[in-house]
Design a protein around this ligand. Structure first.
Ligand code: NAD
Length: 437
């Protein structure tokens, strides 16, 4: 079948039903094939259409809750939405171990985001920089007039910085507007303020305003978490707690000295953080961008990336982990304010605002990282992963719910977790009559 043209006039103006019909017809599917798009009763398509464009339905991810989290002395059930097996279990397990020494301690810096305005074609960039800095009060006033509500809740534009970059297309002036965004992620608030400065910055610089947009490298809005993992709680698989601590310290040094490992080390941290971000309606792309660019920003001279976490030992030999990264999360605005499941999850999590949400997320990131290092330095990550993966493979191979466990167990025992083998195992089971037809 040759693919149908995707040039569909006015697709965005059609109803959800009409859009589905276009896609169904183009793909030669039956109406019943589209059932997986059906939004649940808690998520009417009217709401979805207010969130993004060209909506045809909803895409559900599994939602789990991590247990055992105690952050700054407060117990929290942590919502996590993601597709990857083992992440929720690993976070809960790490939180259980951290709990033995009181759980996680976490803090955040004030929620200050950077809005960037770029100025090109400035005839006297050094002098223009000083003119802009001298007009600080006036510029902050213009920005703050754009968001009286943010000012009322204690936020607002706080400061200006002007950076001069030398580029292949000539000097570039970059104005940073620093905005305290309180409980918001802040992109809309900051972008609006940055746009409002365009006229005055054009006048002051004698150049041309080009971009006006938030930066995701939110170096002023950091979240930090730390926890102690008692050595004796880490023993297992024939290895002493002290061996496991040594293994984790070696794994940390590996990440510190090798960008290929560091990338994955930081990805593991974001496994947890992004899952909480999705479950609470936060912009996980913004968080990922912020985290990975911060890892590059903090790299030592000549380095490429640095791990977002650190590991060391107490005099008693317990393992201490810390994490620091930008976390631009909101409990006001964005999807957090409109998505019913995000609102419900935030209620169960019980955070008072963006500050506490970021503290919990930093704790989850550290838990996830510790759990991954512990598994890697111990039995390897695949053991835990494979049990769930084997179940997925069994389902894909056609196992019915009553057959899934038996097929998965055989695959794990054989250390062969492949669909072709799953089909053979399934046929064996059925032939042996150990499964009803
Ligand atoms: P928003 O504009 O929906 O809400 C923020 C506003 O809520 C504030 O400007 C303020 O007027 C009001 N408010 C009321 N009470 C508040 C309180 N206690 N604290 C803070 N503000 C309060 O949302 P936003 O956070 O400005 O923008 C988030 C959205 O922007 C996300 O959906 C994100 O995906 C999107 N976005 C991101 C980027 C990026 O990351 N690069 C770029 C563009 C848009």
């Amino acid at each position: 079948m040759s693919p149908a043209s995707t040039e569909v006039k006015g697709f965005y103006r059609r109803s959800v039903e009409e859009r589905r019909e276009v896609l169904r017809e183009a793909s030669g599917l039956a109406s019943s094939d589209l059932a997986p798009w059906q939004p649940g009763p808690g998520l009417p398509s009217g709401l979805l259409e207010r969130m993004i464009e060209n909506v045809v339905g909803a895409f559900a991810l599994p939602l789990g809750f991590a247990t055992h989290f105690k952050v700054n002395g407060v117990d929290r059930f942590v919502p996590m939405a993601l597709e990857e097996p083992s992440v929720v279990a690993a976070a809960s397990n790490a939180a259980r171990i951290a709990r033995l020494r009181g759980g996680f301690s976490a803090q955040v810096t004030p929620p200050v985001m950077i809005g960037q305005v770029s100025l090109v074609g400035v005839p006297d960039p050094h002098a223009a920089r000083l003119r802009i800095l001298a007009a600080r009060e006036e510029l902050l006033k213009i920005a703050n007039e754009k968001d009286p509500l943010l000012n009322r809740v204690g936020g607002g534009a706080r400061d200006l910085e002007v950076h001069l970059r030398s580029t292949a297309r000539g000097p570039l002036l970059v104005v940073h507007l620093l905005v305290d965004v309180r409980d918001a992620m802040g992109a809309n608030a900051v972008n609006t303020m940055a746009e409002a400065l365009a006229g005055e910055l054009t006048r002051l610089s004698g150049g041309r305003v080009n971009l006006r947009i938030i930066s995701n490298l939110a170096i002023h809005r950091l979240a930090r978490a730390s926890a102690t993992f008692p050595r004796e709680a880490l023993e297992g698989e024939g290895r002493t707690g002290a061996d496991v601590v040594e293994g984790i310290l070696d794994a940390y040094e590996f990440a510190r000295n090798d960008p290929f490992r560091c990338s994955t080390h930081n990805k593991g941290i974001m496994n947890g953080i992004s899952a909480v971000a999705i479950a609470t309606g936060n912009d996980f792309r913004a968080l990922e961008a912020g985290a990975h660019s911060y890892a590059a920003f903090k790299a030592p001279p000549g380095g490429i990336l640095s791990p977002l976490s650190t590991y060391e030992t107490t005099p008693q030999g317990d393992l201490v982990g810390t994490l620091e990264l930008p976390l631009a999360v909101g409990t006001i605005g964005g999807a957090a304010a409109v998505h019913p499941a995000a609102k419900l999850n935030l209620k169960i999590l019980g955070v008072s605002g963006a500050r506490e949400l970021a503290e919990v997320m930093a704790a989850v990131g550290l838990a996830q990282n510790f759990a991954a290092l512990r598994a890697l330095a111990n039995e390897g990550i695949q053991k835990g992963h494979m049990a769930l993966h084997a179940r997925n493979v069994a389902v894909t191979a056609g196992a019915r719910p009553d057959e899934v466990d038996r097929v998965a167990t055989r695959l794990v025992q054989e250390h062969v977790i492949r669909q072709d083998r799953a089909r053979e195992v399934l046929e064996d089971l059925r032939r042996a009559g150990s499964s009803s037809p």
